[in-house]
Design a protein around this ligand. Structure first.
Ligand code: URA
Length: 212
């Protein structure tokens, strides 16, 4: 797994405001949106293109356009939804699928509770959106799910990650080719409740303004 942590003062500024407990939901959503667009700019460097000839008002020239099949963007419900618009603004022609994953209360296994994806992802480039890489469980299961459907290249976009989750993810996808992770920042650790420290709290609650 290749990991890239964005190193840019504008990204650091936005992450700092995002962390602030006083930042209200509307501003939080706006910042997530802006950060995703910056992350997406880096994460889509590998997007597949194909040659295309265009006629300008002056002459004919060779350019490129996004290749088919189109990339698929998959927000992981619920918090990943807050990243969708920032991503599709950059790739408006991307297809969008949805995955809902949750930890089963008794078995503690990650279970898929919602899924709206093409049956066959053979050869597809997939961009997975999940703001918080905490234990890594959800992202590992999502990647396995997408790979079983045939996804060829999986790029995960997260805003914050704990080292524990990054290690688990790297081990969970060991041996899989073409898995990339893009982060706005790497944090210090997980606490006993599996929250990222210093983190930003519960991303879903902060995005959507619910107490629980
Ligand atoms: N999910 C969150 O929303 N926040 C954390 O800190 C960890 C997981």
């Amino acid at each position: 797994m290749r990991v890239k942590i964005l190193d840019h003062p504008l990204v650091s500024h936005k992450v700092t405001v995002l962390r602030d407990r006083e930042t209200p939901s509307p501003q939080f959503r706006q910042l997530v949106d802006e950060l995703v667009t910056l992350l997406a700019y880096e994460a889509t460097r590998n997007i597949r293109v194909e040659p295309k000839t265009v006629r300008t008002p002056v002459t004919e020239t060779e350019g490129v356009v996004m290749a088919r099949p189109r990339p698929l963007v998959v927000p992981i419900l619920r918090a990943g939804l807050g990243m969708l618009e920032g991503m599709t603004r950059l790739i408006p022609t991307a297809e969008v699928g949805f995955l809902g994953m949750a930890r089963h209360e008794e078995t503690l296994d990650i279970v898929t509770y919602a899924e709206r994806l093409p049956d066959d992802l053979t050869g597809r480039q997939v961009y997975v959106l999940d703001p918080m890489l905490a234990t890594g469980g959800t992202l590992i299961e999502s990647i396995k799910f997408l790979r079983e459907r045939g996804a060829d290249h999986i790029t995960c976009l997260c805003i914050l990650a704990a080292p524990e989750g990054m290690k688990a993810l790297s081990e969970g996808v060991e041996g899989m080719k073409n898995v990339d992770l893009f982060l706005a920042a790497q944090d210090e650790r997980l606490n006993e409740k599996a929250y990222i420290v210093p983190g930003l709290g519960d991303a879903g609650d902060r995005l959507y303004g619910l107490a629980d």
